[in-house]
Ligand binder design. Structure first.
Ligand code: BGC
Length: 459
């Protein structure tokens, strides 16, 4: 299919903004490789080592709040730029830390930028994308998260031969600098421009990113109508019941994502590989690379399906797949992971889980949250939902090992299996299908008091 110049331009913009996901992924990936050397260098206790890892989540929580404050005032583009700069500073400081306390503090700074980036990139992407392929464009963000994890892993492996943890933590400022520079060339979001009353500028941006005059006129009118109300953020929350409901939905979507068990599974993967007989370092390394490549491919597949088949079918298949794979994992551990067949079963279940997450909840949680909030409450809603993501991630990371110790792997994975199965009901009853409708139609339906699951219907 021949693509127009505007479509190509939209793709270029989107790849640049989605680089924010790369920062998120790189940081997630890089610390696991650097940690053993950091522990050795500073002779840290177990809890200090845990703080080094979770400091980013802590910072990300506040980064999201900061991002929501700044995005309203300075715009989406500037927040993306700031997050690239803060990430660069955070990396360089972390690489030069002279004590473990310093390192923890610098990783909180890094977290500020990760929180800002994770919150603002999906909003910017959804506001720039034409509605026909908005799903694919916002999903690019998650593909970048996975690419980031993979890049970090490759870089970690390279530096691990010499134990150069300072290089591992420092070199990742390169993609952040590239992002910060490229972001300067991005247009501002037309929705933010109208919110700030810069109508002429908004119209100019729309002329660059839309194909025809009719589409531009309609979109301009729709956006203008949606900013008429004077209420926003907190005051909307106090006075507007549909807004309260949709903020609740955003939080639920992110809780559903974290309680799939994704980060615990990633964390536990080396152990599962070890149990299955892939114990040597080189084998583990290749398994991790394979995991990364599979994630990128499965998530890229979502880009093609999400605007064709819609968000909900991918969510149904994804959560069903995750529930089944968690059951199989639990079963393998209950049976004792002793025979070769059971070992391989555990590895297959692990990969199935990662694939089903990567084409469903991974990208779609961010996509839906960037779509469902009305423009005047978008920063507030997205920030609340994103903070819910960090809090759940933090809670699970803090308690996972304790729960695992008390209940054992079989029971722990069964709990995740049950949770994934329950989510199928939430998807059916509460989640709307937002494929192909404009953000403003979703907003109109919501504010007219429609049921949450119906706010994606064409009017
Ligand atoms: C989740 C993260 C997760 C990442 C990689 C994101 O969508 O929010 O918690 O680490 O995907 O799987």
């Amino acid at each position: 299919m021949q693509q127009s110049a505007t479509t190509k331009f939209v793709y270029m913009i989107s790849v640049t903004a989605a680089l924010a996901g790369l920062l998120f992924g790189i940081d997630t990936g890089v610390i696991s490789g650097a940690l053993p050397f950091v522990i050795k260098h500073f002779n840290t206790t177990t809890s200090q080592a845990e703080y080094v890892v979770s400091a980013v989540l802590f910072g990300a929580f506040f980064g999201t709040l900061m991002g929501s404050y700044l995005s309203k005032r300075l715009g989406r583009k500037i927040v993306l730029f700031i997050s690239g700069i803060v990430f660069t500073i955070g990396c360089l400081l972390s690489a030069s830390a002279q004590s473990v306390d310093q390192l923890i503090f610098y990783r909180i700074i890094l977290g500020l930028s990760v929180g800002m980036a994770a919150f603002i990139a999906p909003i910017y992407l959804s506001e720039m994308a034409p509605r026909r392929f908005r799903g694919g464009i916002v999903s690019m963000y998650q593909v970048m998260v996975y690419l980031g994890i993979l890049i970090a892993f490759i870089s970690d492996t390279y530096f691990s031969y010499t134990g150069a943890w300072r290089w591992m933590l420092g070199i990742i400022c390169i993609p952040a600098i590239i992002m910060a520079v490229l972001v300067l060339f991005l247009p501002r979001s037309p929705r933010w421009l109208i919110l700030k009353n810069y109508k002429q500028d908004a119209s100019e941006v729309l002329h660059k990113i839309r194909d025809n005059e009719e589409e531009i006129e309609r979109e301009l009118k729709e956006i203008e109508a949606s900013v008429k109300s004077q209420e926003n953020g907190f005051s909307l929350l106090r006075t507007n019941k549909p807004f309260r409901k949709v903020v609740g939905l955003g939080v639920l979507i992110q809780v559903m994502q974290q309680f799939t068990g994704i980060n615990m599974t990633i964390y536990y993967a080396p152990k599962i590989f070890g149990l299955a007989g892939f114990a040597a370092n080189a084998e583990q390394m290749w398994m991790t690379v394979l995991m990364g490549v599979i994630n990128v491919i499965a998530c890229a597949a979502a880009i093609f399906f999400v605007d064709h088949h819609g968000r909900k079918p991918l969510l149904y298949w994804g959560y069903l797949g995750m529930a089944i794979s968690m059951c199989v994992l639990a079963l393998a551990f209950a049976l004792g992971v002793s025979s070769l067949v059971i070992k391989l079963l555990a590895v297959v279940a692990l990969f199935l889980f990662l694939i089903t997450f990567a084409f469903s909840s991974g990208p779609i949680a961010w996509l839906l949250c960037a779509e469902i909030f009305p423009l005047r409450g978008r920063d507030f809603g997205m920030a609340t939902a994103t903070c819910a993501n960090w809090i759940c991630n933090f809670i699970l990371a803090s308690f996972f090992l304790t729960v695992l110790d008390h209940l054992g792997a079989a029971k722990t994975f069964s709990i995740f299996a049950v949770f994934n199965a329950i989510c199928l009901f939430f998807i059916f009853y509460l989640i709307p299908e937002t494929k192909g409708v404009s953000l403003e139609t979703i907003e109109k339906n919501l504010l007219a008091g429609k049921n949450l699951r119906d706010i994606g219907e064409e009017i």
